[in-house]
Design a protein around this ligand. Sequence first.
Ligand code: SF4
Length: 176
Amino acid sequence: MTASPRLRIGISQCLLGDHVRYDGGHKRDALLADTLSRHVEWVPVCPEVEAGLGVPREPMRLEGTAVSPRIVTITTSVDHTAAMQQFSARRLRELERLDLSGYVFKARSPSCGIGKVPLVNAQGVETLEGVGLFARALMDHFLLIPVEDEDRLHDPQILKDFLKRASDYRRSRNHV
Ligand code: SF4
């Protein structure tokens, strides 16, 4: 009997220990990079590096409104929104061909966060109403795909539910 193929799941690349963060660092998460790697085939993506922003790079934040945020460098106010949108459209077409069953995002990132990302509004007030630009684009593109962030997956019940949802999602797409 052939074993089920591992779930293929997208992931913010820094969570696997790759040095792609703005400061040349990473955010390796042992639960994901070690434990879950036995059950999951990761598809790593770093939107900021793949959009051409380089390492190291100036850190960015979300500005504007929750409906239409911009991603802007914090010190020099360079707006990278258009570059991120163009990158996202291209990368999502590539990811379509990989039949992902889920996605794990880095929490609080202006590119990857799936919710409660700091966003500075027109009054200069920081709220937690933001969603990272790439995460937003991916969730809009793959409407039903299960997504979580690494913080939440450290709850064993949320992890179990996520893997079940990912497995069900794959089955629903007849890719088993
Ligand atoms: S949070 Fe996203 S954009 Fe930032 S380093 Fe990690 S993968 Fe790259």
